[in-house]
Unconditional design. Structure first.
Length: 434
């Protein structure tokens, strides 16, 4: 059975005031003004409640603009030095955490900045009594390539000695950093599967480099892939974190594994347009997410074993697909599929990245582009919402599965690379339960 897509809805007619060229230039100028060298002066702007908003906005602007002047790195070093405090104030805690997030971005994206930050991050790992900060600093150092394999092994061992019973976040980071890549189970088996019979199943296929847009395809509630004519329907989404953090961290990359699709939100008015665009958002929930509906309806909060049962047999022990389970346990949540009203120019991209999808803080972002007059030029969320409404039979319920594919699996433009996998699905088991 084929699902025939209808014509895409017309673009929204009302210009968006915050998307005009003038409004965007004003916003960009404001962020660039924030990252002027004098604003990083710790003597003028101490880490006190009176200046908390200053530092939070400054560090966010730093993540967006990524200035390279020495005052930035001096401020980051000074702030990270406070991580040794046994009892930091609430204001210090927020600013130190954000400074570690920004330091992660610099040291991983700009190898030339390692001499500026490596010693301070090393000091955090070796002396901070706070496991969360140790996890952030250690993860940044290892993932940036600043340590040799021997140094990595040594630091992991030393950290385990410092924290014999590490809390969940540090324990997971230590495990992740020690893990070697696993062979990919059969992709055809994954494509044949549905976590819940009678509900739609969404797939998002990514590369490890999340700056490469991911391929998003949809299977309807009857188990058939959604098509336009003879072509498999697909869109691209970006699953890149603004800070470039790993999945276990708040504001990190979208975790691999299952998420619950639980309807759409209303559009976001006013200033929230910039972050989310003019369309409704698709609500996603992680297993064990605080305050979320039942992940598997009618069942208690899932154990890892119960979660694994909703994966194809050969994928159940594939650790990367357990990320969403542990991310929910670690307190991550409120992930969404959404567009964005921010100008692509607001975000600094790595060299060689020329596309216009915007990064987010753990969410999955669709392309949303505007003319200089603020009129919608392209808005993929409109089409995504229409397809999900049809594919779910109007319930807007189902499951989304995020999977990173190694470079050995070709992912060409479009969905032609999936054809060979889709051809042999008829004989494969496709249900979580009889």
């Amino acid at each position: 059975m084929l699902i025939w897509a209808t014509t895409a809805p017309p673009l929204q007619g009302q210009p968006q005031p915050l998307a005009t060229q003038a409004a965007r230039q004003e916003q960009l100028a404001r962020e660039r003004q924030r990252v002027q060298p004098q604003h990083y002066d710790r003597r003028r702007y101490p880490l006190t409640p009176d200046w908390e908003t200053h530092w939070r906005r400054l560090l966010w602007a730093t993540a967006l603009q990524q200035p390279q002047h020495p005052d930035v790195f001096q401020a980051l070093r000074d702030i990270l030095g406070r991580s040794r405090a046994q009892h930091p104030t609430p204001t210090e805690t927020k600013i130190i955490t954000q400074a570690l997030q920004v330091s992660n971005l610099y040291i991983r994206q700009y190898p030339a900045t390692r001499p500026q930050l490596q010693a301070s991050l090393t000091q955090v790992v070796q002396t901070s009594p706070h496991p969360r900060w140790v996890a952030l600093a250690l993860n940044a150092l290892v993932r940036s390539g600043s340590l040799t394999p021997a140094q990595t092994s040594q630091w992991l061992a030393q950290t385990r000695q410092r924290f014999p019973q590490p809390p969940d976040l540090l324990a997971i980071v230590l495990q992740e950093l020690a893990q070697t890549p696993l062979p990919l189970p059969p992709l055809s088996e994954l494509l044949a599967w549905q976590a819940q019979p009678g509900e739609m199943q969404l797939y998002v296929f990514c590369r490890t480099n999340r700056w490469q847009p991911c391929t998003f395809i949809v299977k309807d509630y009857q188990g058939e892939f959604y098509r336009e004519g003879e072509q498999l329907w697909s869109r691209q989404l970006l699953l890149q974190s603004v800070y470039g953090l790993d999945w276990a961290f708040t504001y990190g990359q979208t975790p691999q594994g299952l998420q619950r699709v639980a309807g759409f939100t209303a559009t976001r008015p006013g200033e929230l347009f910039r972050a989310y665009g003019q369309f409704p958002l698709v609500k996603l929930f992680l297993p064990l997410e605080a305050g979320a509906p039942e992940f598997f309806p009618g069942e208690p909060a899932p154990t890892l074993a119960a979660y694994q049962e909703r994966l194809p047999p050969s994928w159940r022990d594939y650790a990367p697909l357990h990320q969403s389970y542990y991310a929910g346990r670690l307190g991550r949540g409120l992930l969404r599929i959404h567009g964005t009203g921010d100008a692509p120019e607001l975000f600094t991209r790595p060299a060689g990245v020329e596309h216009q999808w915007n990064p987010a803080l753990g969410c999955l972002t669709a392309l949303e582009l505007y003319t200089p007059q603020g009129e919608l030029h392209r808005g993929d969320m409109g089409d995504i919402l229409r397809v999900l409404d049809q594919a779910s039979g109007g319930t807007r319920l189902g499951y989304l599965l995020v999977v990173e594919l190694p470079d050995s699996v070709p992912m060409t433009a479009g969905t032609g690379w999936l054809d060979a996998y889709l051809e042999g699905l008829a004989g494969l088991p496709g249900r979580a339960r009889p």
